[in-house]
Design a protein around this ligand. Structure first.
Ligand code: SIN
Length: 541
């Protein structure tokens, strides 16, 4: 199927005068310092200069927020073929089998390598402790710090990165756009807190910017997950696919005034029940796998139950589990709940679903190559075909790790064989007149967008809701896209509107239900749609 051509609006978010801004030269530029970006950096030959630019702090990423763990066959009673089959079953006939096999085979080696980098996984009787999550036929999820796996893995990787003198990490440095010339990626325009707009020229660029959960009102993601990488790759001409597939996590803490904190699926993996507001354990009415059915099933069941009971949430019940197990396995969740006066051995946790993981993204191959020469990508910003239409829990840190390493390897080899070729003649000119952002309240629009996406492009969609969403997002985009913002929140808003357009166009096109994409007007899976929907910027503009 041909990609849907979508008008990208302006090619670059801001004007720059190349003679008036600082220029930096490096061999490899990595945009994003989560698990994919950090792992990529460690794969770059130390003879090359590498810069990692991070929009926020290294602790503010979906990688660092990850609770449950990382999946891989580490138990002799399990088998790699089981991990492969579980991943394929979750993906509902849309996974790339060759790639799934590659990832599941590589998983144990990459997890052991993390241990060599210093990651301290939880142990039981001297062996790695393994838990279970929805869709896994065996206990195969390694975890750390009880329920803060991402924090521990990032600690180890960031330390390893800091020990490499050839790598510099710049935090609080958002990227505005990738710079392309003749269709090839040459670097990026970034915002530096001392010098403002700055051009970084790089022989090879790796995109590892993470997800887009903040497009939705309810989300487990940190505030920085605004789909920037998706948007800037799209503007640079990259092919994106599967943009209709946003995975909703079934259990997000729902307390008025409190942050939407993830309550890990591992809680259900250790035996917690889901109950409605009448105390009924309801999952048996929806799926034989009960609380450990695939996430899309559990999220829809919860939404249905909230409607039927006319209540704003359901409840996770751990009260039948041992107090010591709860404290030991879920120390952070227990602490957060305690801060709202909830004692998990006595009280139930109010939860409802929220946007969690962006399955769609920049299309990449087994070597993490994108469709744009000199641009590589890894992690949540990509669509590798591993997840199909529904990601199996705890396969995402794994994907970031494996394709981060692949991107680093590819970019490193390419940069080593590439001569320095930076010259003023490569400098693009941007001189178009743009309207300023002065009369626009970007926060207000951002909230309206997140509410609209949650209502119309959320867990259940239909032709009507998608048409409504398209109309509004197109209208907002018309007066936002061609302005020149001076603040991060403005650039984020422009990126979010663009990514919303890509999600909506893809969701309209997929006239069936599959995995995380549920259309109330097409509730069945249709074999005619066993294919990827891709999007690309309209080159006629
Ligand atoms: C969780 O802990 O439930 C999240 C794990 C994941 O999304 O893979």
């Amino acid at each position: 199927m041909d990609p849907i051509q979508i008008e990208s609006g302006q090619r670059y978010l801001t004007r720059i005068n190349p003679k008036r801004i600082p220029h930096i030269f490096t061999d490899v530029l990595i945009i994003g310092g989560g698990i994919a970006g950090s792992r990529a950096a460690l794969q770059i030959d130390p003879r090359l200069e590498t810069i990692i630019v991070n929009k926020g702090k290294v602790t503010q990423s979906n990688s660092a927020y990850a609770q449950g763990g990382i999946a891989g066959v580490l138990d002799p009673l399990d088998d790699i073929s089981n991990h492969i089959e579980d991943t394929l079953a979750a993906g509902k006939d849309l996974c790339n089998r060759e790639l799934v096999e590659h990832v599941c085979h590589a998983a144990p080696r990459h997890i052991r390598e993390l241990i060599e980098y210093g990651a301290d996984f939880d142990k039981q009787d001297g062996k790695l402790a393994l838990t279970k999550e929805g869709g896994h036929s065996h206990r195969r999820v390694a975890h750390a710090l009880g329920d803060a796996t991402g924090k521990e893995l990032m600690r180890a990787l960031v330390l390893a990165v800091e020990n490499r003198p050839s790598i510099q990490t710049w935090t609080k440095t958002p990227t505005l756009d990738l710079v392309t010339e003749d269709g090839k990626c040459r670097g990026a325009i970034i915002w530096n807190r001392y010098h403002g707009k700055t051009l970084i020229w790089a022989k090879q660029v790796i995109l590892a910017t993470g997800g887009a959960g903040c497009l939705f009102r309810e989300t487990t993601n940190p505030p920085l997950a605004t789909g920037d990488g998706h948007a800037l790759a799209f503007r640079a001409g990259a092919l994106l696919q599967d943009m209709e597939f946003m995975q909703f996590h079934p259990t997000v803490l729902y307390i008025a005034g409190g942050a939407r904190y993830l309550i890990s699926e591992a809680v259900r993996g250790e035996g917690a029940y889901l109950r409605d507001s009448n105390g009924v354990r309801f999952m048996s009415e929806y799926h034989p796998d009960l609380e450990l059915a695939h996430r899309d099933v559990v999220s829809r069941a919860i939404t249905d139950r909230m409607l039927k009971t006319n209540h704003s949430c359901v409840y996770l019940d751990l009260t039948h589990l041992k107090r010591s197990l709860i404290k030991e396995r879920f120390p952070n969740i227990s602490e957060v709940c305690a801060s709202f006066g909830l004692d998990l051995s006595r009280d139930q946790i109010p939860v409802r679903p929220g946007a969690h993981y962006m399955i769609g993204g920049v299309k990449t191959d087994l070597e993490a190559r994108t469709s744009v020469p000199h641009l590589w990508a890894a992690g949540e910003v990509t669509s590798t075909g591993l997840h199909g239409s529904n990601r199996l829990a705890s396969n995402s840190l794994l994907e970031g790790l494996i394709f981060g390493a692949a991107a680093g390897k590819g970019a490193s080899a390419a940069a080593l064989s590439q001569p320095d070729q930076f010259s003023a003649s490569l400098l693009p000119e941007w001189d178009s007149e743009k309207r300023s952002d002065e009369d626009l309240n970007s926060d207000d629009l951002r909230n309206s967008l997140a509410s609209l996406m949650w209502r119309d492009v959320g867990i259940t969609r239909s032709a009507e809701s998608l048409r409504d969403a398209k109309e509004k997002v197109d209208f907002w985009s018309r007066y936002v896209v061609n302005r020149e913002f001076k603040t991060l929140s403005g650039w984020e808003l422009q990126n979010m509107l663009l990514v919303a357009q890509l999600m909506i166009a893809s969701a309209i096109e997929r006239r069936e239900s599959r995995g995380v994409h549920y259309r109330s007007d097409f509730p069945e899976t249709d074999a005619a749609f066993q294919k990827h929907i891709s999007v690309i910027a309209d080159s006629r503009k």
